[in-house]
Ligand binder design. Structure first.
Ligand SMILES: [Zn+2]
Length: 256
């Protein structure tokens, strides 16, 4: 008899199994275009794991039938298997390329970076950057990558965490497995689509104030996960023709 957890149709991750010869193969699907990190527990009867389960495993975007592990049948025994799992957006195996030089995410303008890493207001404990910009300002990709998620259907924003889930954004997967997000885009303010390969400096969206925002600005983060929580990462920018470093809260930055 086979017992599997029922999963909702909307869930991005599916864990299931298939009987092949004298084994049960455990498989994962990821319906999203970006990686997930999954912590899996298996309860079984009449079966033996071929290998101990790892602490977590990473399922790349758009995976179908990725093999996680195998179990063998014990002889002359009835068997059961069921799963309990948690998943988190991002790749726990990603190692950020700290030598990568990010570019300022705008052109032909200068803007104040109103909040920086571990900032005084909403960035406490978070490595995120806020650039105060006018609504409609074109936002550029700070780094190359693949567009893996876009939300641009919201017209709602407010200076309260109630609006947190109403923010429009573009998410870009980097070649080191980390991801960047460009937040608070205006309604229909994405200039890219899932599946687009983006070059540094390419236009990705228009600034807005959707989501948890007091006014129009760009909230920029780079992150991975440890499987339980999001890990945000500091990144170096080229902020003048001859200067590379971490950006500082309260400073004005001029595109060049
Ligand atoms: Zn912010």
């Amino acid at each position: 008899m086979l017992l599997s957890n029922t999963v909702l149709a909307q869930e991005p991750i599916k864990i299931y199994d298939s009987k092949v010869g004298q084994s049960i193969i455990v498989l994962a699907d990821n319906l999203e275009a970006f990686p997930y990190t999954i912590k899996l527990e298996i309860k079984q009867k009449g079966l033996t794991l071929q290998e101990p389960l790892p602490d977590y495993f990473v399922v790349p975007g758009n995976s179908k039938g990725l093999e996680i592990t195998r179990l063998n049948f014990k002889e002359n025994s009835s068997w059961q298997i069921s799963y309990k799992f948690q998943y988190m957006e991002g790749d726990a195996d990603a190692i950020h390329d700290n030598d990568y030089v990010y570019q300022l995410p705008f052109k032909d303008a200068k803007f104040i970076m109103s909040q920086g890493y571990n900032g005084t207001s909403t960035h406490q404990g978070i490595n995120a950057l806020d650039f105060t910009m006018p609504k409609g300002q074109i936002i550029l990709a700070a780094r190359n990558g693949l567009v893996v998620k876009v939300k641009e259907d919201s017209n709602l924003g407010c200076p309260s965490s109630e609006c947190m889930n109403q923010g429009n954004f573009v998410r870009i997967l980097h070649d080191d497995g980390t991801m960047a997000e460009y937040h608070h885009l205006e309604f229909n303010g994405a200039l890219v689509a899932v599946g687009d390969i983006i070059e540094q400096g390419q236009e990705v969206g228009n600034c807005g104030a959707t989501g948890y925002a007091t006014g129009p600005h760009l909230h920029f983060i780079v992150f991975k996960t440890d499987g339980i929580k999001q890990i945000t990462i500091k990144t170096k920018f080229k902020y003048s023709p001859d200067k590379i470093g971490y950006l500082q809260e309260g400073n004005m930055y001029t595109a060049f």
